[in-house]
Design a protein around this ligand. Structure first.
Ligand SMILES: [Zn+2]
Length: 294
C-alpha cells in the first residue's frame, strides 16, 4: 500500500513539474541558445524567475558569474556622452558598469556583482520617455524591486543602420506603457511616463525617479521569452552610449568601445526636441528623453 502511495505521489510530482518544462519551449526562433557556450534552455525561459538558479550561465541573469558578465560586455568602456551646446538634455547620472549610484553610494553586490547593467538618467516623475529608434515592442512586465514597470524593444538592423539587432530595456515607468507586444514604434515615439516604480526600498526608502536604460546587441533576431525578461540569443550587454558612436565600421559592443583610443571616447549624442525635430536630422538613434533647445 505504501509503495502505491509513493508511486502516486511521484506521478503527482511529475505532473506538477510538467508545465514548467513545457514553458521552456516558449521561445522564439528555435535553435536554442547556441554560440554562447553551453547555455541551457531550462536556465532561461523555463523559470518564472530566471535569477533563482545559482549556477546560471545566462549573461542577463544578475546572479551569473562575473566572468560571464565580463565576457558578454558588462565592463566600463570609458565612453562619455557629450551633450549638445544648443540644447538642455537630461544627463546620465550613473553610467554603464558603474559600481556606484547617482549619489555615489555603492550598488548591491547580489545584482551583477555590483556593476550597473545600464545607465541611469534622473528624471522627474512624468517625463515623457521616447523610443531611441524604430523597433518592435517584444516584452512588457511589472516586477518588484530593481524592476518596476519595464518594456523591451527590439530594433532591427534596418531600423538603426547598425549591423546587429539592438534590444533596449526601459525600466521604472510610472505606469506600464499602453503598447502591446508586437507593436511597432517609431524613433522618438512616446512610450510612457518616467517614474520610480521598482526603486523604493533598500537604499531609497521612498524611491528614486529615473530612467534605467539597458542595451543589448546580438547578431540574431532570436530571443527567449520568460515572464519577467527576454534573453536574446548570443547576447552582448552594451554601454548604451555605444549607440551614439557613429564609427565606420560600426562599434556594437562594449569591448570594442573600451579598446577605442581615448580621443574617440567623448561621444556627441543625437537627440530629438520636444517639437519632434531630430538633431542631427540624419539620426536614426536618439536620446531616450527629448532635449530642450537653449
Ligand atoms: Zn540603473
Amino acid at each position: 500500500m505504501s509503495r502505491w502511495r509513493s508511486f502516486i505521489l511521484l506521478l503527482a510530482a511529475i505532473c506538477l513539474a510538467a508545465p514548467e518544462g513545457a514553458e521552456a519551449k516558449n521561445h522564439r526562433g528555435g535553435g536554442g541558445m547556441g554560440g554562447g557556450g553551453n547555455m541551457k534552455k531550462d536556465v532561461m525561459g523555463g523559470k518564472k524567475k530566471g535569477n533563482a538558479d545559482a549556477a546560471s550561465v545566462n549573461p542577463m541573469d544578475p546572479s551569473a558569474s562575473r566572468a560571464i558578465h565580463e565576457r558578454t560586455g558588462l565592463i566600463e568602456t570609458g565612453l562619455k556622452p557629450v551633450y549638445p551646446d544648443t540644447a538642455v538634455c537630461l544627463e546620465v547620472k550613473s553610467p554603464f558598469a558603474s559600481p556606484t549610484r547617482f549619489d555615489g553610494s555603492e550598488r548591491v553586490q547580489w545584482a551583477y556583482h555590483g556593476y550597473h547593467n545600464g545607465f541611469d538618467i534622473s528624471a522627474p516623475i512624468g517625463t515623457p520617455l521616447i523610443a531611441i529608434a524604430d523597433g518592435e515592442v517584444i516584452h512588457r512586465y511589472t516586477g518588484g524591486q530593481l524592476v518596476g514597470h519595464q518594456i523591451f524593444i527590439r530594433h532591427a538592423p534596418e531600423d538603426t543602420g547598425l549591423p546587429v539587432w539592438v534590444y533596449s530595456k526601459y525600466k521604472h515607468f510610472n505606469k506600464l506603457p499602453d503598447l502591446g507586444v508586437g507593436q511597432r514604434v517609431k524613433m522618438g515615439q512616446f512610450l510612457g511616463p518616467s517614474g520610480d516604480s521598482g526603486t523604493a526600498g533598500g537604499h531609497f526608502p521612498t524611491g528614486y525617479p529615473h530612467l534605467h536604460l539597458s542595451v543589448y546587441t546580438s547578431t540574431s533576431a532570436e530571443y527567449e521569452s520568460a515572464e519577467n525578461t527576454i534573453t536574446p540569443k548570443d547576447v552582448q550587454q552594451v554601454d548604451p552610449v555605444v549607440l551614439f558612436l557613429n564609427k565606420n565600421p560600426p562599434v556594437t559592443n562594449s569591448h570594442a568601445a573600451r579598446d577605442l583610443p581615448d580621443a574617440d571616447k567623448n561621444v556627441v549624442i543625437a537627440y530629438k526636441t520636444a517639437a519632434g525635430k531630430a538633431v542631427p536630422d540624419s539620426a536614426r538613434i536618439i536620446w531616450p528623453v527629448a532635449c530642450t533647445p537653449k
